[in-house]
Design a protein around this ligand. Structure first.
Ligand code: DGL
Length: 278
């Protein structure tokens, strides 16, 4: 009876703990947005490492060092889940963070939910992937898919110009149209049944990418799948927040007005960013 009471107490405490989400910058707000849509009562603490973006061109060691510092910050805020809302950081630092954080919080990356989705639906088919150099060079999607379903044939292309293009506000115009067409016409991506958007910036150009394929390929973005993975974990552990209007916090390691203005694109509304140097 006493032990049961204690368990109940620790669950109640966990319920109130926030969900930490981080990315190299503000692109991961697409994931934060999906989590907020599915779990409106959860309190979110977002960290965008704008002082070090882009992660896509950085070494694995550098991204690991940044990720550890961010995890420390989010753990200090009492987060019950840490979501790595960045493919580059998920590919470089997920295993390390899991080891580092251990039982203090559950770590959820943006790669595993997508790999599970694709492996269950695209047996014996060609699937394309676009992402940063770091994500593509890591070969992590290929390795994980091989483990789950070796019949899926994955073809990846690094598309490093897309994230800066989106951040500069170039989408749904001639420049974005031409660049998307140039990348997606490459032979690596020919005849794919689906295209994985392996960068959390890309949901902003999902419609343009879908328009390129005109129904010939499904365009897969992970934000909703990640939100569902977070929900699955909270339900399993019975640590979802009780109905209550949450107060979210959004931090960046380097503040500019431009970042704050761009949050509207990625989060659906403009939010206030607080500077937090680590
Ligand atoms: N949002 C990051 C990702 O998903 C890409 C941006 C960057 O290079 O920092 O990989």
């Amino acid at each position: 009876m006493f032990a049961h009471g204690n368990l109940l107490f620790s669950r109640m405490q966990s319920n109130r703990r926030p969900i930490g989400i981080f990315d190299s910058g503000i692109g991961g707000l697409t994931v934060a947005h999906a989590i907020r849509q599915l779990l409106p009562y959860e309190r979110l603490i977002y960290f965008g490492d704008t002082a070090h973006l882009p992660y896509g061109d950085k070494s694995e060691a550098a991204i690991q060092a940044y990720s550890i510092r961010i995890a420390d910050f989010l753990l200090q805020q009492g987060c019950k889940v840490l979501v790595i809302a960045c493919n580059s950081a998920s590919s470089a630092a997920y295993d390390l963070l899991k080891e580092y954080v251990r039982t203090d919080a559950r770590i959820i990356n943006v790669i595993d939910p997508m790999v599970e989705w694709v492996s269950a639906r695209y047996s014996h088919q060609r699937v394309g992937l676009i992402g940063t150099k770091r994500t593509v060079q890591s070969g992590i999607y290929k390795r994980k898919l091989l483990e789950l379903n070796p019949t899926v044939s994955l073809h990846s292309l690094a598309t490093p110009l897309l994230a800066p293009m989106i951040e500069e506000g170039f989408h749904h115009n001639k420049i974005s149209h031409d660049l998307i067409e140039e990348y997606l016409s490459r032979p690596d991506l020919a005849d794919v049944a689906a295209l994985i958007l392996a960068c959390t910036h890309y949901p902003l150009i999902k419609k343009e990418i879908a328009a390129f394929y005109q129904g010939r390929a499904a365009v897969l973005d992970s934000s909703e799948l990640v939100a569902r993975a977070v929900n699955g974990y909270l339900q399993e552990k019975q640590i979802a927040h009780a109905p209550e209007e949450p107060v979210h916090r959004f931090y960046v390691s380097d503040y500019t007005e431009g970042f704050e203005l761009a949050t509207r694109l990625f989060f659906g509304e403009q939010i206030h960013l607080q500077l937090q140097k680590l």
